[in-house]
Write a protein that binds this ligand. Structure first.
Ligand SMILES: Cc1ncc(COP(=O)(O)O)c(C=O)c1O
Length: 357
């Protein structure tokens, strides 16, 4: 069959040009590659949850508006329920935002390096993506960013703060300048805000073009898939038009309502992760050959002489981290999620043996 009669000829150039988001499957018992929480629910909480799940009518569709869950979130965050939209992970909300708010210039601006789904989703949806390299401290390079905003009038600017995979928060003045300069949407992705303790949700009242994304994935519920959008209600209701009915299944709604009712254990785990973050950071800094970047998130970016070698050595030690093959500026970097205290000990021990001083 010739190329032009193949079904593949119907696939847009953008889609053909990208590689899919992929998570390599390497079996290791210490999993420090996914920025997840290392802590599952404890058995007491699992038991209470399983009692509730036993009463769940799975023959019925879930509440399409997830009213109970959105009401709990509204109370927890102190934000009007009508301005809260839920997604099957924040990945799904990124998609809805590009579908709904990407319709004027067709351009999307993302910094580089950052979370890859902004670019992948925008390209799949036919948008033109401009990447602006972060400065030497991985902060926003303001001048070229403002120039691009003025020249190309992007429909959407995506900024993750703290940023993945670099771990730092962007400076507040720069974020506010971008908000002021943009007539399109500025999406602040706060996936890691539970570890930075900084949120821009209070600014939403002032800025119609500010959309804030959050997720439950980094604080113990990656498997339940729940992302949240906070925006002015008239913007949230437009984005909501792209939401598929029943996108949050009834099991996830129940698990997340349970989690919010019992939020003290979430806070306890966040505190544990924060104190482990300080301990691991201090240990990494003492290892000659490793440069560890400052972090406000639940992971570290490190730079080493040979990232492939270190990745392989860590796998031999049953420890999985994230590498960035062929990703330019990150080629000699690895990203390491903060684990449990035992896992972190295992990591430090392995690193000390790989980098003897
Ligand atoms: C910055 C950022 N945003 C969004 C996501 C996706 O989160 P979710 O699991 O809610 O889809 C991630 C996941 O790694 C992330 O790092």
């Amino acid at each position: 069959m010739s190329d032009s009669s193949s079904i593949k000829s119907r696939i847009s150039k953008n889609v053909r040009s990208i590689s899919p988001y992929s998570v390599p499957r390497v079996e290791c018992s210490v999993k420090l590659d996914g920025n997840e929480s290392p802590y599952d629910l404890e058995s007491r909480e699992k038991l209470a949850l399983s009692k509730r799940l036993a009463e769940l009518p799975v023959n019925r569709y879930p509440d399409p508006e997830a009213l109970e869950l959105r009401t709990s979130l509204s109370r927890t965050v102190g934000f009007p329920r009508d301005g809260i939209l839920l997604g099957n992970g924040s990945d799904e909300i990124i998609q809805m935002i590009v579908e709904v708010l990407g319709g004027k210039s067709g351009r999307v601006l993302v910094p580089s390096p950052t979370f890859s789904m902004y670019r992948i989703t925008s390209l799949i949806l036919g948008k033109q993506v401009t990447e602006i390299t972060l400065d030497e401290n991985f902060d926003i390079d303001l001048e070229p960013t403002l120039e691009m905003i003025s020249a190309e009038d992007p429909d959407i600017v995506f900024l993750a703060t703290p940023n993945n995979p670099t771990g730092n928060s962007f400076s507040e003045e720069k974020i506010l300048e971008i908000l002021e300069a943009s007539s399109g949407a500025v999406v602040l992705d706060e996936a890691y805000c539970d570890f930075s303790k900084k949120s821009y949700v209070p600014h939403i009242e002032k800025y119609e073009n500010l959309l804030v994304l959050r997720t439950m994935s980094k604080i113990g519920f990656a498997g339940a898939r729940l992302g949240m959008l906070f925006a002015q209600p008239q913007i949230a209701s437009e984005v909501n038009k792209a939401r598929l009915p029943y996108n949050i299944n009834s099991l996830s709604q129940m698990v997340m309502s349970f989690a919010l009712e019992n939020s003290d254990f979430i806070e306890r785990k966040i505190s544990l992760i924060l104190s482990e973050r300080e301990r691991v950071h201090a240990s990494l800094e003492r290892i000659e050959g490793i440069h560890v970047y400052p972090t406000d998130a639940n992971f570290f970016l490190i730079r080493v002489p040979d990232a492939d070698f270190l990745f392989t050595e860590l796998v031999k030690n049953d420890i999985l981290v994230r590498r960035f093959e062929g990703e330019g500026r990150l080629a000699d970097c690895l990203r390491i999620t903060v684990g449990t205290s035992d896992e972190n000990d295992q990591l430090i021990e392995a690193l000390v043996s790989i980098f003897p001083s």
